[in-house]
Design a protein around this ligand. Structure first.
Ligand SMILES: [Zn+2]
Length: 485
């Protein structure tokens, strides 16, 4: 077999376990990268591709998490969180940076010496080059000067974090580490997760700060971003047929909704006891994926603050996947979506076949509705999938998806556009995901074909009898004959 030009990459662990209704990687298990599309192809003959397996779990009505555990051991977790989230904003911290103008930085990457690490703390300043070429530093606060002297704002501040794990605070190993207030943003952009940094100026600089130390938001002069995450609440993804759905173009990634990590206080009054309780609201739909990451706090308020200030792992890092757990509910929703897609496909095929037989006048309109529904249910999977060029030598070209769901969508897409596209047997209505014959509407088992032909012949004979007895007109006879599937 020739080498495939495009590769895909997904993460799984050597072992998983069930804990508190969630599936998570077992402690000490190994992280494995694999190609889900190539792997799925291996199982095509036996109709055991990744979506076949999910479909079967659903079809057998398996609500048992053990089925999903078996699935995770084979394919990893689908990662529904990253399929719907495209930006994570973290709380401000003192973090390492580089500046080509600061010469004290002596890197110890080769010697790996960890001893005597000094931290020098800086406030963020703009380096300003005046017209007479004198260099002046301007802080965020005095930024107005930039315009006054018609000077150019140049800064060489560059984040000096581990690109694979920005939460790794022992990196880099250098003699002198320069720290500056920064706010990290993880952003899914053009098919890749990126680490972006927002340099901040603070009112009071903590000269004794250590890497990772939290900065109070009240201390930030300007440019503070509320920590939280953006969730794609694409109306295409909703099963409503409101007018707004029509205005969303297919290429659009949909609507994004910001959700702060700190949801604040709520007061709940108890009518009977007339007691007023303070309740802290958590962004549960985010935190539930990381059950072991947040430590139990003494108070609810502390816990709520902890979520806001937590140094959330970078979505492509090992730390992220190792701590990521998925609930049976999310997996069930994925299975329903896969099943719904094929049911829609089946219904669409049936309708179109009948429309063709009947030769109806309002063809285009009916077709549009049928195809739009199909389109919507497929976009649920493929909306986050993008073609990227991987830096990895091993993977020259790659198709990147932030979740396994995108790859599943791609496999479905590949299959339904092939000559041997999946179909439902028109007799027994079972899904045939890998038909042996390109044009057969039946299971490969010949009984269904025979049974269906016999049934059709009988129906036709019955109609003919009615016509012969003059119980129906010729016109009705022709119409009824067309409806026989
Ligand atoms: Zn059949």
């Amino acid at each position: 077999m020739s080498e495939r030009l495009f590769k895909t990459n997904w993460v799984k662990f050597s072992d998983y376990e069930i804990s508190y209704g969630r599936i998570k990687p077992k402690k000490g298990s190994k992280m494995i990268h694999y190609d889900p599309i190539a792997e799925s192809e291996k199982f095509k003959k036996s109709s055991n591709t990744v979506y076949d397996q999910i479909y079967k779990i659903k079809e057998n009505n398996q609500t048992d998490l053990k089925e999903w555990l078996r699935f995770a051991k084979k394919w990893g977790l689908p990662c529904t969180l990253l399929h719907n989230v495209d930006e994570i904003i973290l709380a401000p911290r003192y973090l390492a940076f580089q500046n080509s103008q600061i010469s004290e930085t002596v890197r110890d990457h080769l010697t790996n010496k960890m001893d005597k690490v000094n931290f020098i703390v800086h406030n963020f300043e703009y380096e300003v080059t005046k017209l007479n070429s004198k260099i002046q530093w301007v802080s965020e606060k005095n930024k107005k000067l930039l315009n006054k002297y018609r000077v150019q704002k140049v800064n060489y501040f560059e984040s000096d974090l581990n690109p694979n794990d920005p939460t790794d605070l022992n990196w880099p190993y250098s003699n002198v580490v320069h720290l500056c207030p920064q706010q990290l943003i993880y952003k899914y952009f053009n098919g890749k997760w990126e680490i972006r940094t927002n340099f901040l100026t603070v009112k009071k600089l903590n000269k004794k700060a250590k890497p990772g130390d939290i900065i109070d938001k009240k201390n930030v002069v300007e440019g503070y971003l509320t920590p939280g995450y953006f969730k794609i609440t694409d109306s295409i993804n909703e099963d409503n047929d409101e007018i707004e759905t029509l205005s969303v173009s297919i290429s659009s990634t949909g609507k994004r909704k910001f959700n702060p990590f700190y949801l604040g206080k709520h007061f709940i009054s108890n009518y009977r006891n007339k007691k007023i309780e303070t309740v802290y609201d958590y962004p549960h739909e985010f935190t539930k994926y990381f059950p072991g990451m947040l430590q139990d706090e003494t108070s609810e308020e502390k816990h709520a603050r902890n979520i806001e200030e937590f140094f959330w792992p970078f979505p492509v890092s090992e730390k992220f996947h190792r701590n990521y757990a998925e609930e049976g509910y999310e997996l069930g929703v994925l299975a329903i979506n896969i099943k719904m897609f094929f049911i829609r496909l089946k219904e669409a095929n049936k309708h179109i076949r009948l429309l063709k037989n009947k030769n109806e006048k309002n063809y285009p309109n009916r077709y549009n509705i049928i195809y739009r529904d199909l389109e919507k249910s497929l976009i649920k999977f493929t909306s986050r999938l993008l073609l990227t060029f991987s830096k990895d030598k091993d993977r020259k070209y790659s198709i990147y998806s932030p979740s396994l769901i995108g790859y599943i969508g791609h496999i479905i897409l590949q299959d339904i556009t092939s000559k041997y596209s999946p179909r439902f047997c028109i007799e027994c209505e079972r899904l045939i995901s890998n038909p042996a014959k390109p044009d057969s509407p039946y299971c490969d088992d010949s009984t269904c074909g025979n049974r269906h032909r016999v049934r059709r012949t009988r129906k036709k004979a019955k109609l003919k009898k009615l016509l012969d007895k003059k119980e129906i007109s010729k016109k009705v006879y022709i119409n009824k004959l067309r409806e026989i599937d």
